[in-house]
Structure formats: structure tokens, C-alpha cells
Design a protein around this ligand. Sequence first.
Ligand SMILES: Cc1cc2nc3c(=O)[nH]c(=O)nc-3n(C[C@H](O)[C@H](O)[C@H](O)COP(=O)(O)O)c2cc1C
Ligand code: SF4
Ligand code: SF4
Length: 423
Amino acid sequence: MIDLSTHCAGIRSPNPFWLASAPPANSGAQVQRAFDAGWGGAVWKTLGQPIQNVSSRFGALHVGGRRGVGFNNIELITDRPLEVNFKEIYETKRKYPKHAVIVSLMVETREEWKEIIKRSIDAGADGLELNFGCPHGMCERGMGSAVGQEPRVNQEITSWAVEYSTVPVLVKLTPNVSDIVPHGLAAQRGGAHGVSLINTIKSIIGVDIDRFIPEPRVGLQSSNGGYCGAAVKPIALHMAASLARHPEFKIPISGIGGICNWRDAVEFILLGSTSVQVCTEVMLKGYRIVEDMIEGLTEYMRSHNFETIDQMVGKAVPAYSDWGDLDMNYETVAKINAESCIGCNLCMVACDDGAHQCIHPNPNGTRVPVIDESECVGCNLCQIVCPVESCITMERVDNGYAPTTWNQFVNEGKTLRPKKGAH
Ligand SMILES: Cc1cc2nc3c(=O)[nH]c(=O)nc-3n(C[C@H](O)[C@H](O)[C@H](O)COP(=O)(O)O)c2cc1C
Ligand code: SF4
Ligand code: SF4
């Protein structure tokens, strides 16, 4: 029997899929429709002193035929009155007692934190998320990423929130730092029950090359914004995993950043996330994407014999190691399946110009190129460019050398296999 329910940092939800704090979680009507569609939780659009927003405020990166591979916004926190938000949080929680309603907060002074936390809990919040991540607008006012980038401030404000809160506190971290670990540890020292990451990445999405103005355009000007969507997933995965594998980091993670489907969600869970949050993909496709996410995750769990989310959390973390601990003697070469090859030669061009010049026209004049395995360094590039699924495979070579890492080579003088491609 497969059970999708989770308890991230003590916050229970019927499945691990939460709306991230953003426009899709801006109002009670929206969050309730999302719950009806199947979302297990929602992090309410950040509450604080309501602000005025600019117009326009979104931009997107379109790559090839796909629109919105990356997304960018210069929007700030809620622009709706606090009383309205709290009333709608109360109503939503009353109607959906089993779903998780987490309230995202961003204010300035200790007194303001105390008051807004009390009001959130009175409204029925199952948890709080401290927004230390917004990279535009609020940081210039000493909030958002201005807090998330300074571990001592992060720790102190977290400790205030934990002191005033009777429900779990998640700290939402900014990716606009060189190493996420000190920031996650600061939140933990402050008493956070968990962290959420990532918020958006400081960015300029593009330039209007006819008007000479960056995008999104506000009259004749623009400003840097926050980058998110499918394109940021690798950065988010790395940051979540960096915390998950750190020996001193012990609190749960709610993974965010570029999650578009069940597979992305599984990747975040395997790298240590107990719940996952989605913003951009919902903005682009609507709440109903969660149906596929639930079905896909359930099927994945069935096929891998997982009964609970807990059994999956962090399963891939032990395999994430430092480069110096990788086996330098592990060797692969590319092989082409002659049956499925369509002779497009994309692999040959890529290997010639971007790798090690070891794919050659077939001397028999047939369409299938040949790989000189004695020169192939096993870099994967040809497999990446090949348009035919599974036509190029990377296969292990038994070279007779015992597994040896770079660290063992340097520290213990162990033997490395001879280098290839060094001509
Ligand atoms: C238009 C927009 C508004 C957002 N507003 C907030 C916000 O108020 N509070 C917050 O913590 N994060 C906010 N975010 C960040 C998202 O919650 C999320 O961390 C980020 O978009 C990465 O997830 P994604 O790749 O699924 O979009 C916003 C993102 C977007 C695109
Ligand atoms: S794996 Fe790399 S080096 Fe080997 S054939 Fe492919 S592109 Fe060339
Ligand atoms: S890219 Fe793939 S299909 Fe095209 S020639 Fe190479 S192996 Fe064949």
C-alpha cells in the first residue's frame, strides 16, 4: 500500500506537493482550488507590510521551441491587506483541515515578527516560512535576501520566530550566496525546524534590443529580478543536496526550484527533500499538473518498492561525493547501435569540435559512423546530442585497474590508469 503523506519538519500533508509562496498561493480561492486539484499543501504568498507592485513584472526565457524554460519576476510580497489574507487563511484551513497551510512572512523589527506570527497562528497556520530569500525590492529595505545572505542576522531572526511560534518554522534560503551550507546551518542554530530552498536567483532575463532596455520593462527602465522555472533545477538540486549531505545539518528540507513534473520531484526527494514546492510550472500550466505528479510519483514508488516518502528521502545523498573521491579508474566508452542510427552525424560534429575527435565516417561508406574506442574518453557528449533515444550507450570497459580515487592517488600513491585523449 503506497502512502504519499509527509510530515516535513512536523507539518503534515496528504502528499509532498506544495504550492510555493508566489502568485498561485495568493488568495483563499486559489489555494482552495489548488487543494481540490490535489495539492497537499500551500505556502501562502509572503505576508508583510503590503506593498505596491510595478507593471510589467515578469519576463521569460524561451529556448528553441519551448516557451518559459526560465522565468523571471520583479514582483514583491503580497499587495493585499493583511486582514483579508488572515481571514482567507482561516477559512481555507477550516475547509481543508488535513491540508498543510504554511504562511510565508517577511517583516523587519522584532515586534513586527512577534505580531505577525501571532496573527498567522491565530488564523490557523500549520507552519511558518520565513522569507529570507527575495533578491529584489525587499532586500534593498533590509529584508529578504539581505537577511539570508548574513548568517548571524538569519540566525537571530530565526530565533525570534521560533521563540514566538507554537508551530514549525521553516527558513526559506536565498541561492544568491556562494555556499549555501553556512546559511542552512545558521537557520538550524536559530532553532528552525526545517529549511526551504531555493528562492529565486538574481538575474536579468534579457534585453529589448530595439528599445535598449532590459526586461521586464517598466516604462523606460527595468531592474534585476529573480530567476526560477525549469532552468534553475540543477542549481536548486545542488544546494539542497549540499545541505542534505552535510554532517552537521540535521533538519528537514522542503525542495524548490524548477520542479515541473513527478520526475523532478523524485529527484529532489532522493536528494533529501521531505516536501517539494512548485511555483513557475503552476503559473505556466495551472494547478492540474499535480494530477500527473501524484500519479507519476505513485507509479515510481510502486516500481521501486517504496511504501512511504520517508523511505525515499535522501536515497541518492550517499552517492553524492567530492570529486576527489570519485574512482579515476572507472572507464566508459561510447558505442553506437547500428540498427537505430539514422546517420545524422551530429555525434561526429560534436566529438570533432567539442570533444576528442574520435568519431569517424564509416570506411565502408555506410551511414553509421565508427568510434575509435582507444581515443574515446567516455565524456557523454555524443550521447547527449544524438537525437535517437538509446542509440548511443556508454559502456563500461574492464581495464584491469583497481578502483582508485584522486585522493588515494595523491595521498597513498595508488596507481591511475593511463590517460586517454592526451595526444
Ligand atoms: C512571480 C513570483 C513571485 C514570487 N513571490 C514570492 C514570495 O512572495 N515569497 C517567496 O518566498 N517566494 C516567492 N517567489 C519564489 C517562489 O516561491 C520559488 O521559490 C521560486 O519561484 C522557485 O521555484 P520555481 O522554479 O518552481 O518557480 C516568487 C516567484 C515568482 C515567479
Ligand atoms: S564519449 Fe566523448 S570522446 Fe567518446 S566518442 Fe563520444 S563525444 Fe567522443
Ligand atoms: S548522432 Fe546518433 S543517430 Fe546521428 S549518426 Fe550519431 S549515432 Fe547515429
